[in-house]
Design a protein around this ligand. Structure first.
Ligand code: FVH
Length: 292
């Protein structure tokens, strides 16, 4: 006989909250849902969810409460008036916010006698439920381990550490990486597109290049940690010369050059600081706080 699945409450049924509730239902978790606009519960109720009339009723229904609303202001609007209901339960907050907000929230939950985990979702709603997708968590390891089997219904749960701010911090860092990468890909797509190559033809080549680039990150990470950047593969000064070719080719075809100009400026700053013969990893020296 298999043990019954843990009951879970989901507060917030926007695009993401609805996907979270659906994934829990798919794994057989008794799921109670609540949303400010009640109509959004309809499709989930058809799949077996129970719709609560109030946040208080929703929280009371399950030992584990997952919140996913617009922002922390919305979270407090929903939960503060019924905060006592959280006593003895665990709140997993998947609402995006800052590390500072997460650290305040853990203290607030502790004062209520509630467990708290902060989380960041590294996918979009269609990816929820896919075990390849990362869900980042930070806060009490004991609370995380208690709920790990349930959280695995949403995606691969990764615990980053006891500091509740870590999930938000990683989230911000990883989104920055995503935007830089996607904008670099779009810039390249505009460049080859200026001579007639469709995005669909360029992209498989770009993806193979990203595999090589991921190897560069693995190679450079220990250099960053050691603060020592041997320029035995390609130096910053060589990269400055190379990026001029990109700026020329793009400029000649009317493609906006703000992104490569910015990158070149950072490389030149690193070179001027004495890192011209170091590897590209030395650019970290002009990015991180001067006091380090
Ligand atoms: N969608 C995504 O791909 C990203 C992936 C990474 C994580 N984010 C974060 O998830 C939070 C929710 O995002 P969402 O995509 O579900 O957003 P919406 O579809 O716009 O739903 C917003 C929900 O928040 C409720 N809400 C807003 N303000 C209030 C309020 N003052 N009081 C109570 N609830 C509020 C809203 O309710 P309603 O408008 O339906 O009544 C929705 O349930 C977000 O932090 C992303 O950054 C998603």
């Amino acid at each position: 006989m298999t043990a019954p699945q843990q009951a879970v409450t989901v507060l917030g049924l926007g695009q993401m909250g609805s996907a979270l509730a659906a994934a829990l239902l798919d794994r057989g978790h008794p799921t109670t849902v609540w949303n400010r606009t009640p109509d959004k519960a309809g499709p989930l109720v058809e799949r077996g969810a129970r719709a609560a009339a109030t946040p208080q009723e929703a929280i009371a229904a399950s030992p584990l409460v997952i919140a996913c609303v617009l922002d922390y202001e919305a979270l407090h609007t929903v939960v503060d008036p019924v905060a006592d209901a959280l006593r003895g339960r665990t709140l997993v907050n998947l609402t995006s916010g800052s590390p500072e907000q997460a650290r305040e929230a853990v203290a607030w939950a502790g004062s209520l006698g509630a467990g708290y985990l902060d989380g960041a979702i590294m996918t979009t709603p269609p990816g929820v439920g896919d075990p390849a997708m990362m869900f980042l968590y930070s806060g009490s390891e004991e609370v995380f381990e208690t709920h790990r089997p349930t959280l695995a219904a949403l995606g691969d749960p990764l615990h980053l550490g006891a500091d509740p701010g870590l999930a938000s911090l990683y989230d911000a860092a990883l989104l920055g990486l995503m935007w830089s990468t996607m904008t670099g890909w779009l810039h390249g797509t505009a460049l080859v597109g200026a001579e007639g190559t469709p995005a669909a033809a360029f992209t498989p080549v770009a993806l193979r290049w990203l595999t090589a680039v991921s190897g560069f990150l693995t190679r450079y990470a220990p250099q960053v940690d050691a603060g020592h950047y041997p320029g035995d593969d390609a130096t910053v000064d060589v990269q400055i010369a190379a990026i001029d070719h990109l700026i020329h080719a793009a400029g000649a075809r009317g493609v906006d050059n703000a992104l490569p100009e910015l990158l070149k400026a950072m490389m030149e700053k690193a070179s001027a600081a004495g890192h011209g013969q170091d590897s590209y990893a030395a650019v970290i020296e002009v990015l991180r706080p001067a006091s380090r």
